[in-house]
Design a protein around this ligand. Sequence first.
Ligand code: MF3
Ligand code: CO
Length: 249
Amino acid sequence: MAITIKTQDQIQRMRVAGAILADLDEILRDMVKPGVTTNELDRVAEDFIRSRGAEPSFLGYGGYPKSICTSVNDEIVHGIPSNRKLKNGDIISIDMGSYIGGYHGDCARTYGVGTISEADQKLIDVTKQSFFEGIKFAKAGNHLYEISAAVQDYAEQFGFGVVRDYVGHGIGRNMHEDPSIPNYRQVGRGPRLQRGMVIAVEPMITAGTYKCRVLKDGWTAVTRDGSNAAHYENTVLITDGEPELLTFK
Ligand code: MF3
Ligand code: CO
């Protein structure tokens, strides 16, 4: 499938989808406290997305059973909400998607639960910053893999692992569109970025190895060495100047 260039009307729809998630993120962030269950986060997320006239993009996607992904500690991505209660010192990555007007938004954040270790706070901060280092190159005329290299170079300076098995993606009418967006160096430069492309850039960074395995539930990706992982993602509109972050406020 070719990379799609969005029209102004399509971009406006994607802004609407993205703004719902930026608002939802604030609600979930405030709920992340010891004792809350990941199912409670999922319920609030689903209700909020629907209250805005949208649908949760993830629900039913490839058979996925919930509206958000909640990945705790060594879980990297695609953790399934459950009756698990968050504990003081945990870290949780929350990944959310909304679909409205025929278009998707997608974003993820990692938060600490109560008081977390300095090492985990560093992991969260470096993961977020690796996204911002990457998108310094997200501009029409640059090439996609400049983003990939910048994410990797930043995160690896701190001795962290950059996950290979999961990558970012184009987004629009479908949640996952071309191109794939690795968070690590590639051979070649990749496609040239053009105004009107919309991409989900989403570094997944670990405190140890970048190697993953998937739990028996068929979804939850965890680090092979049990080290903690963080995730940070926004839906990004490419322009001739600064990129516009559609899921961020
Ligand atoms: N948000 C994830 C991504 O960034 C996809 C979630 S997979 C699902 O690509 F099955 F949970 F929807
Ligand atoms: Co994504």
